[in-house]
Design a protein around this ligand. Structure first.
Ligand SMILES: Cc1ncc(COP(=O)(O)O)c(C=O)c1O
Length: 380
């Protein structure tokens, strides 16, 4: 007879019910979820084919179209974090040998390079120093040189705090028969986005930043133009879980079971999106801009310099230069331990050089800024 493994670690037997410190999350994400979102998430699950749940999925689709400003019929939430939605765009649109041109000016541009390569793309890159963005002339030259099937850009580069302007990029892509794929993980809900107006064909995002929801249900959208390419594939989408030809049948009229949806996360996402709609998208964007400008002023008043040129700074994520002689990691640790405030450190090229401060979704409030500035003043 098989013996049951016994808990012989006395530590395990002493475990008490979960207790987590209460933090103000002002890093690159996750940000704190809105209390109403947490309450929605705490509702008992129904089945993933229950008519009430199917109606909620329809609401999520409509709300996502609104926050993204798109009419794309296939606009859904992927079960997983932003990287899952990112992989969904790449997996569905890339066939082995496709030329994929990627704008790399930070950590997440490099992640796109890694993912596209894994799906057999012929990856080409255009690069910029971290913290800068591409202009239309640079993009035109790169597209004319590489003639890519897909151009992928990061709208809000979380590793640098830079906002990549997208006006005119879609038209440029159409001139060359290229599809435009955009990462909006750190922009959705906090930075003005007009997907259809800008001619974006594929986009993805996450729930835990500008939308003020816990991580795990991530927005994905695909234009009819990109769907055509998907329908003409010579090979199956190499990732079963993220295959939109299958997922589209669960989210669309057919309602065919694909996987068990993380029901409570979808409750949360629906509530987070509803709150954005209630506030009004333009008001929500203005709130992010107003609070971040208040933050920039406060930081500059303290003598701190910001890494990105003002015109291209994100309202959701600010990179602050760590002053000479200051131990950036120690300061962040002190903020966490003594003030319960989380900020982020630099990634890749900017490691040790910047702090990353996020003001996203529910956390984009004057009180959060005041709390951070007061704590920073003390620890510096
Ligand atoms: C720009 C960008 N893209 C993709 C991701 C990946 O998202 P996730 O960590 O939710 O998987 C992130 C995460 O911070 C991001 O900032």
């Amino acid at each position: 007879m098989t013996q049951t493994l016994s808990i012989n670690n006395s530590q395990l037997l002493k475990l008490t019910p979960l207790e987590v410190p209460s933090r103000l999350l002002l890093g690159p994400g996750p940000s704190n979820a809105h209390p109403a979102v947490l309450q929605a998430m705490n509702t008992s699950p129904v089945g993933h084919l229950d008519p009430a749940f199917l109606a909620l999925m329809d609401e999520i689709q409509s709300l996502l179209r609104y926050v993204w400003q798109t009419e794309n019929p296939l606009t859904i939430a992927v079960s997983g974090t932003g990287s899952a939605a990112m992989e969904a765009t790449i997996a569905n649109i890339t066939e082995p040998g496709d030329v994929v041109l990627i704008g790399v000016a930070g950590y997440f541009g490099n992640r796109l390079v890694d993912m596209a390569g894994r799906y057999g793309a012929d990856v080409r890159t255009i690069t910029k120093p971290w913290g800068q963005v591409f202009n239309l002339d640079e993009l035109r030259t790169a597209i004319a040189t590489h003639r890519p099937t897909i151009l992928a850009l990061v709208h809000a580069e979380t590793s640098t705090g830079a906002r990549q302007p997208l006006e005119g990029v879609g038209e440029l892509c159409r001139e060359f028969g290229t599809l435009l794929l955009v990462d909006t993980v750190t922009s959705l809900g906090g930075v003005p986005i007009f997907l259809d107006n800008w001619g974006v064909d594929l986009a993805y995002s996450c729930s835990q930043k500008g939308l003020g929801c816990p991580p795990g249900a991530s927005p994905f959208t695909i234009s009819p133009r990109a769907i055509e390419k998907l329908q003409q594939r010579r090979t199956k989408v190499a990732n079963w879980y993220l295959d939109m030809t299958l997922l589209g049948k669960y989210w669309g009229a057919e309602r065919i079971y694909h996987h068990t949806a993380p029901i409570n996360l979808y409750y949360a996402l629906r509530e987070a999106l509803r709150l954005v709609a209630e506030e009004g998208l333009a008001t929500c964007w203005q709130r992010h801009q107003k609070n971040v400008e208040y933050l920039w002023q406060g930081l500059e008043d303290m003598g701190l310099a910001l890494h990105v040129e003002k015109e291209f700074r994100l309202p959701t994520l600010t990179t602050v230069c760590i002053p000479e002689g200051v131990d950036g990691k120690a300061i962040a640790r002190q903020l966490l331990n003594e003030h319960n405030i989380e900020i982020g450190g630099g990634l890749g090229e900017l490691a040790g050089k910047v702090w990353r401060v996020g003001l996203m979704g529910f956390n984009s409030r004057k009180e959060s800024v005041d709390e951070l500035l007061a704590a920073l003043q003390q620890v510096l």
